[in-house]
Design a binder for this molecule. Structure first.
Ligand SMILES: [Zn+2]
Ligand SMILES: [Zn+2]
Length: 387
């Protein structure tokens, strides 16, 4: 009976959760697209608008163009109609579409699942509705590349899924869940069927991370921490109990372990004048320094220098660097790539390579977190995850 009841509630949660299994992503989100074509690469599709079927298609090309305040849809021969919202939906469980923007002319991308095109103000919005796990696989590929170990992909899958579920309402007012840019998570196209990525997604299906209060965590990651990750408070507003600074001996073999960049001393002095708003002439000071560890601020000649501001001003790979002030040049010798908070991808890749499991990796970079299945969480938790 107990088993029956819990299964029953599980199913109920599934039926009532609006996007428990599929997710709506605004694709080509940063582009204002006025004209694009869609090819059916695989599967059979129906074209629908307002609940009405306009046609069934096996192969074919469709032309979508913005005409005034509506979307004109044509196939190879005919005008199909003008719509405010129109949808291409697979007739079987799966299907693949290729979207080719013509104006502006951009490289085409393949997507799994549905495509919804709708007018939003004066813009055409292209929204890809697809299975959440297929989305997770595609984001792993975009964010984690194609050449890592299976255990790394599993850790990455859990972080990406956690972010996805926590942020399901990020773009709700615009009529979709997430965008395809780094604002949410990079989603470039459907997963190109990397077997390790796909099986990492399947074997961790539904798994997400919660903190000690059972709340979905922030699950950031970055390319390389330079040997020490940042506590969240060092980069963002808040210190979080699960995002502490950890020493990472694994990423020193990574491609992004170190970097150098130089600017002219003139540019540096200009920056300081701007930064300090002080009349002091710093031109005779020596700005060489070596940080003992990661720090949010360093104090140099009475200046409280925000490392992140320096990073952003000069487009540096990280805020973890020393400075060499020599021969009219300021040279930054830096470590790592990215904000340094959460999982260090190159460290995690190395951990996986030397046989740590995905759970070891997660617990190394995130403290006191637990793995749960989001499908068993109460619905209001999804809402409380809104940032
Ligand atoms: Zn976004
Ligand atoms: Zn690292």
């Amino acid at each position: 009976m107990r088993l029956f009841l819990s299964t029953f509630f599980l199913q109920l949660a599934f039926l009532t959760a609006p996007h428990a299994q599929s997710i709506r992503i605004s694709v080509f989100n940063s582009q204002e697209i006025n004209y694009f074509t869609v090819n059916i690469s695989e599967g059979r599709y129906v074209l629908r608008s307002n609940g009405e079927t306009l046609g069934e298609y096996k192969k074919g090309i469709f032309y979508f163009s913005k005409q005034g305040n509506s979307i004109e849809v044509r196939d190879k021969r005919n005008l199909i109609g003008k719509f405010q919202e129109v949808e291409l939906k697979p007739m079987e469980e799966s299907g693949i579409l290729k979207v080719n923007p013509v104006s502006p002319n951009l490289e085409g991308r393949e997507y799994d699942g549905n495509l919804m095109v709708r007018m939003s103000g004066s813009r055409m919005k292209i929204i890809n509705v697809l299975d959440l796990e297929k989305y997770v696989a595609a984001v792993i590929e975009a964010e984690g590349g194609n050449h890592a170990e299976p255990e790394f992909y599993k850790a990455q899958a859990v972080l990406i899924r956690t972010f996805t579920i926590k942020n399901l309402y990020k773009h709700a007012e615009e009529g979709f869940d997430l965008c395809d840019e780094v604002h949410c998570q990079a989603y470039l196209h459907r997963c190109t069927q990397n077997a390790d990525i796909l099986s990492a997604t399947v074997s961790t299906a539904g798994k997400v991370l919660v903190d000690q209060d059972g709340v979905l965590i922030m699950s950031p990651f970055h390319s390389n921490c330079g040997g020490k990750t940042s506590a969240s408070g060092m980069v963002w507003q808040k210190d979080l109990p699960y995002l502490k600074s950890v020493t990472d001996p694994f990423c020193s073999v990574g491609k992004q372990a170190t970097w150098t960049a130089s600017i002219s001393r003139e540019d540096w002095l200009k920056f300081l004048a701007d930064y300090t708003k002080s009349p002091i002439d710093y031109s005779r000071y020596d700005f060489s320094f070596k940080p003992a560890q990661r720090a949010r601020y360093i104090s140099i000649h009475g200046i409280e220098l925000n490392m992140r501001t320096v990073r952003e001003t000069f487009g540096l790979k990280s805020a973890y660097f020393s400075i060499q002030d020599l021969d009219g040049k300021i040279t930054f010798n830096g470590r790592g790539y990215g904000h340094g908070v959460g999982m260090c991808q190159e460290g995690a890749m190395e951990m996986a390579r030397v046989n740590y499991s995905w759970l070891d990796i997660i617990h190394y970079y995130f403290k006191d977190v637990e793995v749960v299945d989001y499908r068993e969480m109460e619905l209001h938790r999804f809402k409380s995850g809104k940032e």
